[in-house]
Design a binder for this molecule. Structure first.
Ligand SMILES: Cc1ncc(COP(=O)(O)O)c(C=O)c1O
Length: 402
């Protein structure tokens, strides 16, 4: 038997379930089916005009060539100022690298630090890509379950229990995709106390949803709470979610000199720099008028409130109002064991999501994709009308169950 052509590290991962769900919804739509798409993982707003204009101007100026691998000096300076202004973190631009989206920064951070068998602690529910990224980098994802009762947040005792001599990373995402869980400074303090005792463990803070939060508070960063962790923290962020710029593919990492140098080396041998025109747009996003950010959060908040109200009226479903991000993580345990009009018993969250898609055309993502069965994720990055239509259809589909 010939050996497989595809490398083991790729054979052991699966495609992103959220991309797959989005593609499935798009295919059904192309086939003429009416689909209420609640899987979207990106803002439904256009990128603000002044940001788009900065991109045109960059092209007109001839900014269409390679930049330094780590990004333009102007953008790295703007990121350093943003980290100082918004997060109270002081980074030299030399310790910041611009990447092709936050996803790229996270992948590369693991790629440059994880050796075979190193453990990557991932609190569940988690963003779908973390475990497969760890696997692709020859690491061992270690899933740390959290519960709805604890608002899906990792607590200090649990963290302490899961750290082993092989632990290399803790992935910390706040606000969290898919639950919206948002860590308070006190909760970060408790986690920091545990982390201080384990100097081998690096901490990746995925701050991509930092501005999309509904408690009116600004994010307090783990490093602001505990500066002594500085040599072990890689800060990940980007412009995708805050400025409706998912397609521009600009993210960044800030961190210790050796890790950023390794990121630079890997990037120089793989993608070179992030798109030059997009870097000019990201510079305008970070340095220009910020009113879009607060306005979009107000809109998400209205949608969140309406969706929570409607979903909680459906017998068998329940969800808490998320503190941040633009998703609801809906408990559907009450539907398990029920029977569809076609006579099929709903055994798990994947059956439930498929039932909703096939009978009423509402596209959702099963909680199992996030490491937490008995839930599904519904996106609110869509209009109130679509949210209302989706909830109406879900209510109808549930009413048909026996
Ligand atoms: C938690 C989390 N981190 C990172 C990303 C990736 O962001 P980007 O578009 O900047 O690659 C996403 C996108 O869905 C996300 O949900």
């Amino acid at each position: 038997m010939s050996t497989p052509r595809i490398a083991a590290r790729i054979r052991r991962i699966k495609p992103s379930p959220s991309s797959a769900a989005a593609e499935r919804a798009a295919t059904l739509r192309r086939e003429g089916k009416k689909i209420v798409n609640l899987v979207v993982g990106e803002p439904d707003f256009d990128t603000p005009e002044h940001i788009r204009r900065a991109a045109y101007e960059a092209m007109e100026r001839g900014d269409t060539r390679y930049t330094a691998t780590a990004g333009t000096p102007a953008l790295r300076q703007a990121i350093a100022e943003k980290l100082s202004r918004e997060n109270g973190l002081d980074y030299d631009p030399a310790h910041i690298i611009v990447t092709c989206g936050a996803k790229h920064a996270i992948f590369n951070a693991l790629a440059v630090t994880v050796d075979t068998g190193d453990e990557v602690l991932i609190p569940a529910p988690y963003w779908v890509s973390y475990p497969d990224m760890a696997l692709a980098c020859d690491g061992t994802p270690v899933i740390v379950p959290t519960t709805e009762e604890q608002d899906f947040k990792l607590d200090a005792q649990t963290l302490a229990r899961y750290i082993t001599p092989k632990t290399r990373w803790l992935m910390l995402n706040s606000p969290t995709n898919p639950t919206g869980a948002t860590y308070s400074p006190e909760e970060l303090r408790a986690l920091a106390d545990v982390l201080l005792d384990h100097p081998r463990v690096l901490i990746l803070t995925d701050d991509i949803y930092e501005h999309i939060r509904y408690d009116g508070r600004k994010m307090r960063h783990l490093l602001h709470v505990e500066p002594a962790l500085r040599d072990r923290v890689v800060v990940i962020n980007g412009v995708s979610k805050t400025y409706a710029m998912t397609g521009w593919r600009i993210g960044y990492a800030a961190g210790p000199a050796d890790i950023v140098a390794a990121l630079d080396k890997l990037q120089s041998q793989s993608v070179s720099n992030a798109c030059t025109i997009s870097q000019a747009a990201a510079l305008a996003a970070l340095t220009g008028d910020q009113s879009f950010v607060a306005e979009s959060v107000r809109i998400y908040e209205r949608r969140r409130n309406r969706a929570v109200e409607l979903l909680n009226k459906i017998p068998g479903l329940s969800c808490k109002a998320p503190g941040g991000a633009f998703y609801l993580f809906v408990n559907c345990a009450g539907l398990i064991g029920r029977t569809t009009p076609a006579g099929k018993t709903l055994e798990n969250d994947s059956d439930i999501v498929l039932y909703f898609l096939e009978t009423v055309g509402v596209a959702l993502i099963a909680g199992s994709a996030y490491g937490t069965p008995n839930y599904f994720r519904a996106s609110i990055a869509t209009s109130i009308e679509i949210i209302e239509e989706g909830c109406d259809k879900l209510a109808h589909a549930v009413s048909e169950l026996k």
